[in-house]
Design a binder for this molecule. Sequence first.
Ligand code: SF4
Length: 356
Amino acid sequence: MTELQSRGLQLTAPDAGAASRRGGAGPSDHKAVTIDGHTIMVPVHTAGASKSRFRASAPDPSGASELLLDGTAVASVRFPRQPRFYALQTFDGVPYHHIATLHGADVLATTVLQTCIRYASRRQACQFCAIGQSLAAGRTIARKTPDQLAEVARAAVLLDGVKHMVLTTGTPNLTDRGAQVLCESAFAIKAAVDLPLQGQCEPPDDDRWLQRMQAAGIDTLGMHLEAVTPEVRARIMPGKATVPITRYLEAFEAAVAVFGRGQVSTYILAGMGDTAAAILEMCERLVKIGVYPFVVPFVPISGTPLESHPAPEPDFMQSVLRPLAVLLRRGGLRSSDMKAGCGKCGACSSLSAYES
Ligand code: SF4
């Protein structure tokens, strides 16, 4: 799984299963693939994927595909089916899949605000991010209203049995940094359906937002460091790096006091320049605080400034994920104990497979 996520996958039948993710916030250009009961997101639209040694055959009538490595079958894989809620549209005429999409096997995910103050300027934008691409391509809308999110979440639970939901957002301002829009959204969703929610934003300027988010119905919180050393952060994400790591660490401690140990997480993108030792050192600090470090392989998304940056080698990922699983075990943190969110879904990394 680690190798597949690093190298990507060629598809004989690109339309099999649920549609792949192209553009959008966070990791993208993936398709969900189920191997050995684990659903992981595998790059299929990146330059590396088009040259990958892995290929999936067209699914047989039962939905199983052969995973071929240099033409030799090495595993049987499946593609989660297209969810039923994708066929519907809101009362005001917006396709449901423009509001939220299925991630992994059973996660509903949305980017509440598809715009970001940092994305507008290439000198400020995170160089790995494609938040504006899906908007420009007409595959989503700029602002999902609380009513739209509630309507889609309810349908996704009833029709497709989704188990939890991720609400991420572009950063709208330098004060609450997205916390307010997450509060409004969570409140409306929880009024419509009982669905565990993860909110994801930059650390707000005032820790009282953490309690407000929890009171609004957010069960777990993600605040994403992305890179762990100041030099790499300044180079890859010049705008976001103006919120220093020290502020993240303060906010993590405050958030664990509100949401609980193991219910706060952070994305760390391995392969952007941080060494394995630096990533593991940061992970050790985070685990001590009670924060789940969700380390994922960096995916060079087409159309971003980093589209030609290589994905991390599988050996590099193993050198991080294997010891990280030991750190997590020692710290008593487990993906499966999270109530909601990326750490629980786990599809963008093979970390949870190392845990188990
Ligand atoms: S880990 Fe997060 S971003 Fe990745 S597929 Fe799961 S919910 Fe989506």
